[in-house]
Design a protein around this ligand. Structure first.
Ligand code: ADP
Ligand code: ASP
Ligand code: MG
Length: 452
């Protein structure tokens, strides 16, 4: 059994869904379970609907709903034509759009967007897409069956970033998915969405369909997890930033996880952990180029000093200065407890005797963090920074590589440098608006173009 996940662009319209159907049909002998994202761009539009409605702009929200309705019906028409299944999907889809309109109306009356109602709206994209994809696969000769992911993906009630409840997920997979697989059927589930023990809809966080796929794969001990997207695999950098980024054919789990965490959007940062626990290889393929070699992510790719470069703008640096406290035992623990209490995860840390600098990329609870940290000393917040990460399992053993990285940055301003304890990741904090330039310079340093 394999889990095959199709991202937004792989199900963006009828033509893309048809390509996806071919990919799944060619894998029938491997017993695929399909995880689908929302049609490309839908989740962004849904979040706009929720925000506009809660801000009292109901007309705007309803007009976006109509745009999405037209887009989904166009896909249904093109893929399913006119038959009994098409009629059924049309009715179900129409009912979901009515539900969405009611939600928008309720939000506009309340004038407040809670995390819970945010998830109710954001989850609509995958709820809409999965039955359409299942019906399209069936029409293309795949014995596909839609399964509501909320019956399987058990989560905590942390709306917006719900945590999986893995024991329950395993039980639900045994009850709702594996019997279908044994009957030769192809279950089709939406990624990204789940439900609490009480049945309230949740989401795993943006880009979370990859994570759904690996959670389902781990729960069912899949042979492989395939992530189908719009690029040829994991590349040496984001191709939107570095135009001559190259395909990585084989990469280690730990390297892929670092890259995802530091900005390689091709994988959700949590995707790797469930696969590692079960030793399940993860592949990344291009649904527009299904014959491509793709990327294989496993334990055993050779250790290179530099495998790839990732980057993300919009990082916040928090500095705590305290001449008295920081050298005293327990001071670090107390500082990190503040971040933990406020559910803010820290990416990069650098210390001196009198100061600690950390980076965070989620500033939702920053005000509370700063207020509580002030008990330890002077706190300053520097917004508008960015992170560039050089990743390679052999990096820590190569001082020369680190020297080349710093030289490669040239005159770009450097605010912090950190080599991870495992020596796999050299993280450089630069100005947010020079992240792309830094990535390009480092890419030229370590992956000079073949023509040059
Ligand atoms: P999907 O909708 O299929 O989940 P995403 O947009 O989430 O697709 O992820 C694919 C995108 O990730 C690519 O189009 C690419 O711009 C971006 N990306 C960033 N870093 C990398 C990288 N190192 N390798 C490949 N793609 C990357
Ligand atoms: N549709 C969701 C999002 O856009 C999840 C995903 O695509 O992985 O964030
Ligand atoms: Mg994605």
């Amino acid at each position: 059994m394999i889990v095959t996940k199709f991202g937004g662009t792989s199900v963006g319209d009828a033509a893309a869904i048809a390509r996806t159907a071919t990919i799944v049909r060619e894998r029938l002998d491997r017993h695929p379970v399909v995880v689908t994202s929302a049609l490309a761009g839908t989740t962004n539009r849904l979040i706009e609907i929720a925000q506009q409605a809660a801000a009292g702009q109901l007309i705007v929200a309803l007009s976006i709903i109509e745009e999405l309705r037209a887009r989904h019906f166009a896909a249904i028409d093109a893929l399913l034509g006119a038959d009994a299944v098409a009629d059924e999907i049309t009715v179900e889809t129409g009912a979901m759009f009515d539900e969405l309109a009611h939600l928008a109306e309720a939000l506009s009356v309340l004038g407040d967007l809670t995390p819970r109602s945010h998830d109710a709206v954001a989850a609509m994209g995958e709820r809409l897409a999965a039955p359409i994809v299942a019906a399209a696969l069936a029409k293309a000769g795949v014995p596909a069956v839609f399964v509501d992911a909320r019956r399987v993906m058990a989560t905590t009630a942390d709306f917006g970033r719900a945590e999986p409840r893995t024991d329950e997920i395993a039980i639900h997979c045994r009850t709702h998915i594996l019997p279908l697989v044994r009957q030769g059927k192809v279950p089709v589930l939406g990624g990204y969405i789940g439900a609490t023990a009480e049945g309230v809809t949740t989401t795993l966080g943006r880009g979370g369909s990859d994570y759904s796929a690996s959670l389902f794969g781990a729960a069912m001990d899949a042979e492989a997890i395939e992530i189908w997207t719009d690029v040829d695999g994991m590349l040496t950098a984001d191709p939107r930033v570095v135009s001559d980024a190259r395909l990585i054919e084989h990469i280690r789990f730990d390297e892929a996880a670092e890259l995802a965490t530091f900005g390689a959007k091709v994988l959700h940062p949590n995707t790797i952990a469930p696969a590692v626990r079960r030793g399940i290889p993860v592949y990344v393929f291009n649904s527009r180029n299904p014959k491509g070699r793709g990327t294989r992510i496993t334990f055993d790719a050779p250790r290179l000093p530099v495998r790839a470069i990732a980057g993300k703008a919009r990082t916040v640096v928090v500095k705590i200065r305290s001449p008295r406290m920081l050298a005293t035992p327990g001071a670090m623990r107390a500082i990190f407890e503040v971040f933990e209490r406020n559910r803010t995860s820290v990416d990069v840390v650098a210390t001196s005797v009198v100061s600690v600098s950390v980076t965070v990329d989620d500033d939702q609870h920053l005000e509370a963090v700063v207020a509580q940290l002030s008990a330890f000393g002077d706190v300053t917040v520097e917004r508008g920074r960015g992170i560039v990460a050089l990743v390679g399992a052999g990096l820590g053993e190569s001082t020369e590589t680190m020297a080349r990285a710093l030289t490669g940055l040239g005159d770009l301003r450097l605010h912090m440098v950190s080599l991870s304890a495992t020596g796999i990741n050299l993280t450089l904090i630069v100005d947010g608006d020079s992240v792309n330039e830094a990535m390009q310079r480092l890419h030229r340093t370590f992956f000079p173009s073949e023509a040059a």
